[in-house]
Design a binder for this molecule. Structure first.
Ligand SMILES: Nc1ncnc2c1ncn2[C@@H]1O[C@H](COP(=O)(O)OP(=O)(O)O)[C@@H](O)[C@H]1O
Ligand SMILES: C=C(OP(=O)(O)O)C(=O)O
Ligand SMILES: [Ca+2]
Ligand SMILES: [Mn+2]
Length: 673
C-alpha cells in the first residue's frame, strides 16, 4: 500500500471549511488497483499484545527494572536502592501526620497493569512502600481503610505522557490545531490573593510583613496541619497522583529543589513547563526536596475551619517548607506560590527577588521589566532582537540576574501572529493553553474569545522562544524599566527617572486597568501594588526597595517609567498606545539613544520626557498634547496624583536603607501639587 495514500485516493478539491468532512475519491486507477506489498520484513509479533509491547522502546538499560523484588533480577543494586529511596521520599511526602497507616505508594499508571518499567532517571517501585513502615514502625492501632489501597505515583512524566493522561481522564482537555494542550482551570480563572494564608510562628513572626497592606494573611500552625491533612487525604484517596521534582533558579549556587504533588495531568504539565526541568542525572541525585506543594485544588477547604473565609485556601508554611492548595485549580497559584517562597528565601541570602521580565542585547546589556499583571513584562521581554532571560520572576545577586523559572506564562487574549510571532509560535506541542475557546471541528483557537475568561494563558518551556538564553542567567542590569498601563492616559509614554523617582514608583507599584467585563464601568481602576508584586512579597516593601536602590547605585543602572496604557484621553476616549510604538521606545532605551535625548519636565509628577524619539510621533511623547480637552487632562492628572499620594502615606513612616536621607529623597520624588 502506498504509504502516503495519495495514489489510491485523494481529498476532493472542493473541500472547503464549510463542509464538515472532506469527500474521499474512491475511484482507483486500474493500474494501481492491486495492492503490492514489497515489504520483505516478516511480522515479528505473534499476538496483538506482543505487537503492542514492541511499540514502546526502553530509553535505556533497565536501571530500574522491577515492580517487586520477587519479579526478576537486577543488575545494579545501587540503582535499585536509589529508586527505593526515591519512592520512600515520595511516600514520606504523602504520609498522613495523624494516622499510622496510609495507602501503599507504588509507581506507574494503574491502567498499565504493571508491564511498564519506568525509564532511567525516574523513581521506580522497587516495592510498594507502606507509609507506616517509614514513619512509625508496625501499626499498633488506628488502622484505616486507606491502608489497604494503593496510590500510584506518576513521577516526572514526559509531556507526551501527560497529554495522554489529560485526554484520557480530564474533561475539558483537547489538542489544539497547533498541537498545544487546551485545558480548563475550573471555576477559578485567576489567582485568589484574599485566600492566601501564611503560617505565623516564632520564625516568621518577626521576619515577615504582617497587618495592613500586607499580602500575608496569618494562620496558625494547627490550622495549616488541618488543611495539609485535608489535602493529603484527598490526594491519597485517588488512584494516582502526579509528582514533579524540579528546580527553581538558574543560578546553580542558589538553586532550590521543589516537589509538586498534584491530582491533574494539567497541573503536572504546567509545572513541567514553568519550573526548571532536571536532566535524568540530576533527577537521580535529587534526594529530598527543599519545598513541597500539595495541590488538592479540586477539593475545597472547610469554611468552618479557623481562618478560612471561603472554599479556597492557599497556605504557605515556611518552617515546614510546604504549601497546600485547596479549592482552586488555577495553575498560576503554584507558580506564584513558589515565587512568594523565593521572596522569603532569597533576601535571607542577600539576593533580591524581582517580579520582572529580563532580556539581554548582543552587547550583554541587560534590562529588567517590572510591572503588574497585563502591563507588558512577557510581551516586551520577548523581543526578536534580544536574548530572553525570563518573562516574570528573577533574582539579582552578586553574580548578576538569574531566572527563577524554566518557562513563560503569556496572556493570550487577542494574541495575533503578526504582532507577537514568538509567543504565537511557542503555542505548539507541549504548551498548555488555559481557558481558551477553539473551533470544535478544526480545534483552532480563537484568541479574541473571552467566553471563559479574559485571563486566557499559555504556559510553555522557555526554550520554545527561539532566542532564549540557556542557561537563563545574565550580567548586572543596565536599565530598569517600570511598566504601568495607565488607563487614565496622563503618564508620558516614557520618562527617565532619577534613582529616588525609581524607588518612589517601585514602592508605589502603580497600574490602572479597566475593571473586568462588568457593564457600566467606564472609570479606570487604579491599583497600587508595592514592588510591582505586593501579592508575592513576604517582607516589608522597603526591604526590597532598599536592596534595589543599593544594586542600581552599585551597577549604575538607569530607571525608566514606560506607560503601556492610554494616550489621547483616558479609557473610553483615548486608545491604548500602539505596541510598535512601545517597542520603539524600549529599543531606544536599550540602544542608549534615550539616555542622550533632550528632555522636558512634566508638572505635578516631575517626570523627564524626551522631546523626540525615532519611530514615534513626537506629539504623543507629552500626553497633554494628545488630549483635546485640556481641562479634563489637568483634572485627571491631579486625580491620579492624589491617588498616588494617598497610597504612599503608609510608607512615609518607614525608614528605607541605612539612614533617613534615602527615605526623604524618595518622599520628595513623588507628585507635588
Ligand atoms: N503598548 C503595549 N505595550 C505592551 N503590551 C501591550 C501594548 N498594547 C497592547 N498590549 C497587550 O497587553 C498585554 C500585556 O500582557 P503581558 O505582556 O502578558 O503582561 P505581564 O507579563 O506584565 O502580565 C499583551 O496581551 C499585549 O499584547
Ligand atoms: C501569572 C501571573 O503573572 P503576570 O500576570 O504578571 O504575568 C499572575 O499574576 O497570576
Ligand atoms: Ca471561618
Ligand atoms: Mn507575564
Amino acid at each position: 500500500m502506498a504509504a502516503n495514500g495519495s495514489s489510491n485516493f485523494s481529498f476532493s478539491r472542493s473541500y472547503s471549511t464549510n463542509s464538515r468532512l472532506p469527500l474521499i475519491q474512491t475511484h482507483i486507477p486500474e493500474t494501481e488497483a492491486v495492492c503490492h506489498d514489497d515489504s520483505t520484513h516478516p511480522i515479528k509479533a505473534q499476538t496483538i499484545d506482543e505487537l503492542h509491547s514492541l511499540q514502546k522502546k526502553k530509553t535505556s538499560t533497565p536501571s530500574t527494572p522491577i515492580r517487586s523484588p520477587l519479579g526478576g533480577s537486577f543488575s545494579n543494586l545501587n540503582d535499585l536502592e536509589r529508586h527505593a529511596q526515591k519512592l520512600q521520599s515520595i511516600s514520606a511526602s504523602l504520609a498522613s501526620l495523624t494516622r499510622e497507616t496510609g495507602p501503599r505508594v507504588v509507581s506507574g499508571d494503574p491502567a498499565s497493569k504493571g508491564t511498564e518499567s519506568p525509564n532511567k532517571g525516574r523513581a521506580a517501585a522497587a516495592a510498594a512502600v507502606d507509609q507506616h513502615q517509614l514513619h512509625h514502625g508496625p501499626p499498633k492501632f488506628n488502622v484505616s481503610d486507606s491502608a489497604l489501597k494503593f496510590t500510584h505515583v506518576l513521577y516526572n512524566l514526559s509531556p507526551a505522557e501527560l497529554y495522554e493522561q489529560a485526554i484520557k481522564y480530564e474533561k475539558g482537555s483537547f489538542v489544539t490545531s497547533s498541537g498545544a494542550l487546551a485545558t480548563l482551570s475550573g471555576a477559578k480563572t485567576g489567582r485568589s490573593p484574599r485566600d492566601k494564608r501564611v503560617v505565623k510562628d516564632e520564625t516568621t513572626e518577626n521576619h515577615l510583613w504582617w497587618g495592613k497592606g500586607s499580602p500575608n494573611i496569618e494562620m496558625d500552625e494547627e490550622t495549616f496541619l488541618i488543611n495539609r491533612e485535608r489535602a493529603v487525604d484527598y490526594l491519597n484517596s485517588l488512584e494516582k497522583v502526579f509528582v514533579n521534582d524540579q528546580f527553581l533558579n538558574w543560578d546553580p549556587e542558589h538553586r532550590i529543589k521543589v516537589r509538586i504533588v498534584s491530582a491533574r495531568a494539567y497541573h503536572s504539565l504546567f509545572m513541567h513547563n514553568m519550573c526548571i526541568r532536571p536532566t535524568f542525572e540530576e533527577l537521580e541525585e535529587f534526594g529530598s526536596p527543599d519545598f513541597t506543594i500539595y495541590n488538592a485544588g479540586q477539593f475545597p477547604c472547610n469554611r468552618y475551619t479557623h481562618y478560612m473565609t471561603s472554599s479556597t485556601s492557599i497556605d504557605i508554611n515556611l518552617s515546614r517548607k510546604e504549601m497546600v492548595i485547596l479549592g482552586t485549580q488555577y495553575a498560576g497559584e503554584m507558580k506564584k506560590g513558589l515565587f512568594s517562597l523565593m521572596h522569603y528565601l532569597m533576601p535571607l541570602r542577600n539576593i533580591l527577588s524581582l517580579h520582572s521580565g529580563c532580556n539581554m542585547g548582543k552587547e550583554e546589556d541587560v534590562a529588567l521589566f517590572f510591572g503588574l499583571s497585563g502591563t507588558g513584562k512577557t510581551t516586551l521581554s520577548t523581543d526578536p532582537n534580544r536574548y530572553l532571560i525570563g518573562d516574570d520572576e528573577h533574582c539579582w545577586s552578586e553574580n548578576g540576574v538569574s531566572n527563577i523559572e524554566g518557562g513563560c506564562y503569556a496572556k493570550c487574549i487577542d494574541l495575533a501572529k503578526d504582532k507577537e510571532p514568538e509567543i504565537w509560535n511557542a503555542i505548539k506541542f507541549g504548551t498548555v493553553v488555559e481557558n481558551v475557546v477553539f473551533d470544535e471541528y478544526t480545534r483552532e483557537v480563537d484568541y479574541t474569545d473571552k467566553s471563559v475568561t479574559e485571563n486566557t494563558r499559555a504556559a510553555y518551556p522557555i526554550e520554545y522562544i527561539p532566542n532564549a538564553k540557556i542557561p537563563c542567567v545574565a550580567p548586572h542590569p543596565k536599565n530598569v524599566i517600570l511598566l504601568a498601563c495607565d488607563a487614565f492616559g496622563v503618564l508620558p509614554p516614557v520618562s527617565k527617572l532619577s534613582l529616588a523617582q525609581t524607588m518612589y514608583h517601585f514602592i508605589s507599584g502603580y497600574t490602572a486597568l479597566v475593571a473586568g467585563t462588568e457593564e457600566g464601568i467606564k472609570e479606570p481602576q487604579a491599583t497600587f501594588s508595592a514592588c510591582f508584586g505586593a501579592a508575592f512579597i513576604m517582607m516589608h516593601p522597603t526591604k526590597y526597595a532598599a536592596m534595589l536602590a543599593e544594586k542600581m547605585k552599585q551597577h549604575g543602572a538607569t530607571g525608566w517609567l514606560v506607560n503601556t496604557g492610554w494616550s489621547g484621553g483616558r479609557y473610553g476616549i483615548g486608545n491604548r498606545i500602539k505596541l510598535p510604538y512601545t517597542r520603539k521606545i524600549i529599543d531606544a532605551i536599550h540602544s542608549g539613544a534615550l539616555l542622550d535625548a533632550e528632555y522636558t519636565k512634566t508638572d505635578v509628577f516631575g517626570l523627564e520626557m524626551p522631546t523626540a524619539l525615532e519611530g514615534v510621533p513626537s506629539e504623543i511623547l507629552n500626553p497633554e498634547n494628545t488630549w483635546s480637552d485640556k481641562e479634563a487632562y489637568k483634572e485627571t492628572l491631579l486625580k491620579l496624583a492624589s491617588l498616588f499620594k494617598n497610597n504612599f502615606e503608609v510608607f512615609a513612616t518607614y525608614k528605607i536603607g541605612a539612614d533617613q536621607s534615602l527615605t526623604e529623597e524618595i518622599l520628595s520624588a513623588g507628585p507635588i501639587f
